[in-house]
Write a protein that binds this ligand. Sequence first.
Ligand SMILES: Nc1ncnc2c1ncn2[C@@H]1O[C@H](COP(=O)(O)OP(=O)(O)O)[C@@H](O)[C@H]1O
Ligand SMILES: [Mg+2]
Ligand SMILES: [Zn+2]
Length: 456
Amino acid sequence: MAKARVHSRHVEQFLVPQEDAKLEDPEETLDESGDPLEESGQTVDTSDEEEIDDSVAEDIVRFEESFEGINKRYRLINRVGEGTFSTVYKAEDLEYHKYENRWDIDARENRKWASPGHRRKAHRPHYVAIKKIYVTSSPMRIFNELELLHDLKNSDSVCPLITAFRHLDQVVAVLPYCQHRDFREYYRDMKVPEMRLYFRSLFTALRSVHSKQIIHRDIKPTNFLYNPQYARGVLVDFGLAERQGTDWHRCACAMDIEDHETKISNSVWAQSREAPPSYPKSDMRPSRRANRAGTRGFRAPEVLLKCTQQTTSIDMWSAGVILLTLLSRRFPFFHSADDVDALLEITTMFGRKKMRETALLHGQVFQTNIPSYSEQGHALEKIILWCTNRSTKDERTGLKPELEDDEKEAVQFLYRLLECNPAKRITAEEALQHPFITKAFEDSECDDDMVDLVDV
Ligand SMILES: Nc1ncnc2c1ncn2[C@@H]1O[C@H](COP(=O)(O)OP(=O)(O)O)[C@@H](O)[C@H]1O
Ligand SMILES: [Mg+2]
Ligand SMILES: [Zn+2]
């Protein structure tokens, strides 16, 4: 047998000049990822030739001309996604057979099933996704994304980095091309059993990421490429991700109960509680700064409240927003203009009392004079019934509509995700043990039995 000329790919030609890295002003770091409705992703499959618009063809030619040597390695086929920080192309990997491709799960699976004759001539095209990171992104930010992706290689349900290239100021990341369906095509019809599978896959990815103490920070449908046909998804886009603990400053939420109480009772707010709400004329306190990177509508309350010790649990809140979207059939569910607006949207649901407690947890004071916010908020069941037009009594029976039994189960789980106190919020590991998710295992157990049978 001819000895195959295989060698592993490394992150090639990638160098971040340290001087540039230092130049970055943290104030100028863009921390708002795109509105999930404005971002364009599309349903992608593994078919080869596809019709493309003239403008896309021109864009591809421009890219090929500007990035020297790219078309020797890849044949660009289509533009498949445009996020806030990048454009993503589908391409055929022309040098696939020169390398070891440990990332290629599909090839491994296919080889397992293929007949020996088929295996020999398995010279079909192999596709990759080329993520062209906008040159306006800071070198530190690009380095951060690639480094975290590198650390996450071999992580279950996380899209692995194959390699990366730099030509002048342009950096591209090369990832396996992941077949998926656009969330907007299925969020209105997804049934609860399918939601169990979706979240089983998403929490598998989050468990891998969180076990490495990495916070993704931008969990939303466009960053989780899900294929309902195979009930499998991969997490992408580590552009805003960070290691937990980076830039931590002591926040009241991490104090023990005694310290927390002392801090609150000594605060200016506590000492002037009886007086009508007022604000100091010249506030000498330093302004509070915290990482708020993420997407509007998906930020956890502690991010909005500028918690300075944010943890991986902020991703679990965002996952909760996706579940709320699926149950309510409203996308995007939250649509706020800014962080204060976002806090008020959460207040509408959970009530003033919960928001006061949540703010105090992080040493902040929440006050509002808008009379329409109730003290206790509304039950999630009720909100979902409203959103799905099931809130009026039946004229004949006089009965109030109720959620289906499996929707009720989903809501119980949703309460664990949309828990305002991050310390009490369910973790990815725990979520995978929750009955809402384990039922998905039970449902698919018969499929696994089938696979085992065929394997024998
Ligand atoms: N590996 C991939 N396979 C197929 N499509 C992808 C892949 N990676 C990204 N995309 C598409 O490109 C879009 C933008 O990619 P993303 O990594 O989220 O970049 P941004 O940081 O610009 O948001 C995604 O929402 C998705 O539609
Ligand atoms: Mg994205
Ligand atoms: Zn905090």
